[in-house]
Design a protein. Structure first.
Length: 97
């Protein structure tokens, strides 16, 4: 879906530790990050990613509504949140502007 919208998907990771390692190696401009991961939660991963000297734009996603997470989205340094049901190339682009 994101590739069809013009994004280059350069990596995927099954869990938080793998996401951190992949981001360090691949240096993406944007990281689309699920909040519920099997090892670390997405908030912790986002906090670590956005603490880098040249951080990617982190966008959190979940099947839950963003209001379920309160201010944890902004506290972790994420650019924002998109519910999985609303995720598309245009909604991601609008959030990144």
């Amino acid at each position: 879906m994101l590739e069809d919208a013009g994004y280059d998907v350069i990596g995927e990771a099954p869990d938080g530790a793998s996401a951190l390692a992949a981001a360090k190696e691949l240096r993406p401009a944007v990281v689309l990050l699920d909040i519920q991961l099997p090892d670390l939660n997405g908030f912790e991963v986002a906090l670590r990613l956005t603490g880098d000297p040249e951080p990617p734009a982190v966008v959190l996603t979940s099947s839950h509504d963003g209001s379920d997470f309160g201010d944890m989205i902004t506290r972790c340094g994420a650019r924002g949140f998109l519910a999985k049901a609303e995720l598309s190339g245009p909604t991601l682009a609008a959030l990144l502007q």
